[in-house]
Design a binder for this molecule. Structure first.
Ligand SMILES: [Zn+2]
Length: 324
């Protein structure tokens, strides 16, 4: 069994070309938004590095190594992250690199979410990345390439991971057990990000906030300020307010980029002009940037609502102006 990927055609093509030429590097870093499958891609890459009989630059999926990696049971594929990176944990990884693999082949270390690794910890890893023991390979993933030190980055092959399409995301969600209709809706609602969609499916609070954000989007599209205020004031605290604003911002972006076929993006696109959508995105960006300020919830609910509707009113469609 080969590790199942959704989308990732360009990334797999790069790996395939390197594998065919017997030039898979000692260190690779995949960068891109969290939740789009970088860790799964790292697992696929581990299969390709470890496979005893790759075919045409792809892992065979049948050998013992391939099967154990697909089942997440290979003793020499080590996810080094643990709960959080610690100095002792990193030192242990460095020390462990110099021991032979359990099965005599390769040892592959996978470091996910490297944006959470401090410069000091990255420096601790530098030596083994500069001069890797013959039997070791290192795979990194990071949401933010600029969070990785230049000295580390320069020793790795950097493969940016492209955003997923809504269809690939829905396929991935269906593969993970969602009904097709639910998968398609979640893929649109959570910006074609299966990680976020799956996390939200198990999170009743996030579902509730997503419903509120959907309701506000529709209220904006129908110019129903009262309904929007009722929904906003049903949000319990500051943190939830920011989460709701972020969900609403995503919906506005989907409406603007015309990539979202979900209800709220369609309603916004149908009900509001593009300049209005741009201004809404600016109002929401400004609001979200105040995350660290200690603003009263009630005041921020009322002022956000009034700013959103002022933005909508400034850009009423021509036909709407005539009727006023
Ligand atoms: Zn194999």
């Amino acid at each position: 069994m080969t590790v199942r990927l959704f989308g990732k055609k360009r990334e797999v093509e790069i790996l395939r070309a390197m594998s065919r030429n017997m030039r898979l590097p000692h260190g690779i870093i995949f960068t891109g938004e969290n939740g789009i499958g970088k860790s799964v891609l790292a697992l696929y890459c581990a299969q390709l590095m470890m496979c005893g009989s790759p075919k045409n630059g792809e892992p065979c999926g049948e050998c013992r190594d391939c099967r154990r990696i697909a089942q997440g049971q290979h003793p020499d594929v080590i996810f080094a992250r643990g709960e959080k990176y610690t100095k002792d944990g990193i030192r242990e990884t460095v020390r462990d690199s110099f021991f032979k693999p359990n099965d005599g082949g390769l040892k592959i270390y996978v470091f996910t979410r490297c944006e959470e690794m401090t410069d000091e910890y990255q420096n601790l890893l530098l030596k083994i990345i500069e001069e890797p023991p013959e039997s070791c390979r290192y795979i990194f993933t990071s949401e933010d390439p600029s969070a990785v030190l230049e000295t580390v980055m320069s020793r790795l092959v950097h493969i940016p991971v492209e955003p997923m399409s809504v269809k690939d995301c829905a396929d991935c969600l269906e593969f993970n057990g969602m009904e097709r209709g639910e998968a398609e809706q979640a893929a649109s609602r959570y910006g074609a990000n299966p990680g976020r969609a799956l996390a939200a499916a198990g999170d009743a609070k996030l579902q509730r906030l997503a419903d509120i954000a959907d309701g506000i989007a529709k209220a904006l599209a129908h110019k129903d300020e009262y309904e929007a205020l009722v929904l906003l004031t049903s949000v319990a605290d500051r943190r939830e307010m920011f989460e709701t604003a972020e969900l609403l911002y995503d919906a506005v972006c989907r409406a603007l980029t015309e990539s979202g076929g979900d209800e709220s993006a369609c309603a916004l696109r149908a009900g509001l002009s593009r300049p209005a959508l741009y201004e809404l995105s600016e109002v929401l960006t400004e609001y979200i940037s105040q995350k660290k300020l200690n603003v009263s919830v009630k005041i921020s609910q009322c002022s956000l609502c009034s700013e959103l509707f002022s933005a909508v009113e400034r850009h009423l469609k021509t036909t709407e102006r005539k009727t006023i």
